[in-house]
Write a protein that binds this ligand. Structure first.
Ligand code: HMG
Ligand code: MG
Length: 287
């Protein structure tokens, strides 16, 4: 029997958060609903972050209230602090994600805290979510390179990944925030992280700035990872990571998995339709 790979859809959150022009709430809802029909099991819908920091996500509550939830599908959101968690719980998110960085420069720029401060802030968020029965996912950003500090040591990634697992995260998504990882740096990073967190609890989150995302995912597969984040239509970028381009496209990851004989449960035609709509949102907003 062929093995299953989970693709965690990032389009409505990571994909849209960096768009300059405000995208209509109705379009975000439509995109999420189209994705719900593709066979994807997990969708990160939005983030309950400060609207002063990421104005595009200011309509998080409205988006969550407007989507049509498919049975069995997980609708996840980002929560940087207790206020975010309160928003997520009020919106009935199925899962929340907390996020930290392996590099100090990005941590400061993205969440206005040192790595240590951010972990102190996130521990009570994870505990409160777990007490409420909400699964918590954790991100480590800048797993090989930081836009401010340059190359990141694999040991720093392992340290933060372990701290997030200890905080209660069921899975750690390893973020190549600016798409600078290569198969070599990905390999070295995974060796270090897997000394403290097993592959079954790890996911790959690659941006495709330099066109290496699929190669890096192939390395992750060899290491035993079976969950990958991707954004439909290759949308994406982080407002606090200069130069960061889109996430690897969900369609491209689906094609790779099919080629390698993994099952995903995703219908390629429905995914292509969602990708076309996703790209139309970006084109509409282009200058
Ligand atoms: P701060 O300014 O240090 O915090 O921001 P603060 O507590 O002083 O709050 C400032 C204002 O924001 C206050 O409003 C708060 O009430 C409000 P004011 O009183 O001034 O009007 N506020 C909030 N509002 C709504 N929801 C909240 C919330 N929290 C505070 N949850 C903070 C610190 C962490 C809040 C801020 O830096 C922030 O929101 N950062 C998020 C940045 C972000 O979303 N980045 C993109 C996501 S991460 C990513 O893309 C990487 C990833 O994809 C993986 C990868 O690729 O590596 C996951
Ligand atoms: Mg990202």
């Amino acid at each position: 029997m062929s093995e299953h790979v989970t693709i965690f859809e990032m389009g409505p959150r990571d994909g849209l958060q960096n768009e300059k022009a405000q995208i209509a709430t109705a379009d975000k809802i439509r995109l999420t609903d189209m994705l719900s029909a593709t066979g994807l099991q997990k969708i990160e819908v939005t983030s309950f972050v400060s609207p002063r920091w990421v104005p595009q996500m200011a309509d998080a509550a409205e988006v969550m209230a407007g989507i049509t939830r498919a049975p069995g599908l997980t609708y996840a959101v980002l929560t940087p602090n207790m206020k975010g968690l309160e928003g997520a719980m009020a919106a009935r998110a199925d899962e929340v994600a907390i996020f930290a960085s392996a590099s100090e420069g990005f941590s400061k720029a993205n969440i206005n805290a040192t790595i240590a401060e951010s972990l102190d802030r996130l521990r009570p968020v994870a505990s409160a979510a777990k007490e409420a029965g909400i699964p918590v996912r954790g991100y480590v950003s800048c797993v090989t390179h930081c836009p401010y500090d340059g190359p990141v040591h694999p040991a720093s990634v392992a340290l933060v990944a372990r701290a997030l697992v200890k905080a209660g995260c069921y899975e750690i998504s390893l973020g190549d925030t600016i798409g600078a990882a290569t198969p070599e740096t990905t390999n070295a990073m995974l060796h270090a992280v897997q000394e403290v967190v097993p592959a079954a609890q790890l996911a790959g989150h690659f941006h495709d700035t330099r066109g290496r995302a699929l190669d890096n995912i192939a390395v992750c597969l060899e290491h035993g990872l079976r969950t990958f984040d991707a954004a439909v239509g290759g949308l994406g970028g982080c407002p606090y990571a200069p130069g960061a381009k889109g996430n690897v496209a969900t369609e491209a990851v689906l094609a790779l998995m099919t080629e390698k004989g993994f099952t995903t449960g995703i219908d390629p035609a429905k995914l292509d339709a969602a990708a076309a709509f996703a790209r139309s949102l970006r084109t509409k907003d282009a200058p």
